[in-house]
Design a protein around this ligand. Structure first.
Ligand SMILES: C[S@@+](CC[C@H](N)C(=O)[O-])C[C@H]1O[C@@H](n2cnc3c(N)ncnc32)[C@H](O)[C@@H]1O
Length: 267
């Protein structure tokens, strides 16, 4: 098993513990060491109490169910699960193509840079369609999200061959896309952005759970253009009512959804 060691880049104060009474303590300590975060013994204390005692923003809890992230004084908790990918795959096989697939147009061997990986739902949906040789590099600024997703991609399997194999095509880095795009020498076939919406509730409960943990950087035209220097095509997910100030060559929409995908091509 491989874990990336990256410094915390949002200055989040984060630690790892276990379910009550320190089951899996050794495994949690090892994970903490791999991800460069402190391990705190749980005993029988509540998660919020532990976070307050240690002045933490986020806490990761390792249990038999996997790795779950908690944010201080928030109800939402975050866990990686590729279950939605099964429904999306069924739709892709039987129904009209979802707008994400129409916008990115995945093909065998494709290399995609997902600049805003989150819980990797979109990345997993794309990874299914890029064949054994295809690869997705996912970037995630928020450390708790990065760890939950990276751990989930490496350890969560759902006995669905297509999805399980797709998970292995995605690698993750805990880095801001601004920094990555400035220094990378790699080339991709497409770059994908799905930044957080500024306001309002998300329809998907998965994204609502992500809200307390996420980075809310707005995507600017500058980074859209920088992305075009590493790939011939850039796709941006956005809400049709939002004022983005971005220029697209093409827009792809679903029939009834408020979500659209802006596409830009390198000239
Ligand atoms: C709407 S979510 C993406 C959801 C994702 N497409 C999925 O299917 O799970 C946006 C994610 O981008 C991350 N993010 C925001 N700004 C970023 C930046 N500048 N660099 C890297 N990640 C960023 C947020 O922390 C959040 O996890």
């Amino acid at each position: 098993m491989r874990y990336l060691k990256e410094a915390a880049i949002m200055n989040e104060k984060i630690a790892i513990t276990t379910a009550k009474f320190d089951h899996l303590a050794e495994e949690a300590q090892k994970l903490g060491a791999h991800y460069g975060i402190n391990y705190i013994a749980r005993g029988n204390k509540g998660i919020n109490k532990l976070m307050n005692m240690h002045d933490l923003d986020n806490m990761l809890v390792l249990s038999a169910e996997g790795l779950t992230a908690y944010a201080i004084n928030q109800e939402e908790k975050l866990r990686f699960h590729p279950g939605m990918a099964v429904a999306r795959l069924r739709l892709a096989n039987n129904g009209p193509k979802e707008p994400l697939l129409r916008a990115v147009e995945p093909f065998g061997g494709m290399r995609i840079l997902d600049c805003t990986l989150g819980l990797a739902s979109d990345a997993v949906s794309l990874a299914v369609h890029i064949g054994e040789e295809g690869r997705i590099m996912g970037l995630e600024a928020a450390q708790a999200l990065y760890i939950v997703t990276d751990y989930g991609l490496k350890n969560c399997r759902i006995n669905n061959k297509k999805i399980d194999q797709a998970l292995e095509r995605i690698s993750v880095q805990n880095v801001r896309y601004e920094d990555f795009l400035a220094r990378t020498e790699e080339n991709f076939d497409a770059v994908y952005f799905d930044p957080m919406f500024d306001h309002g509730l998300y329809k998907s409960s998965g994204i609502n759970a992500l809200r307390p943990f996420a980075d809310y950087t707005r995507l600017s035209q500058q980074y859209l253009e920088q992305a075009l220097s590493v790939a011939p095509k850039v796709v941006v997910k956005y809400r049709q009512n939002d004022e983005l100030g971005l220029i697209f060559d093409e827009v792809i929409k679903g029939k009834y959804s408020p979500i659209a995908f802006g596409v830009c091509y390198r000239r």
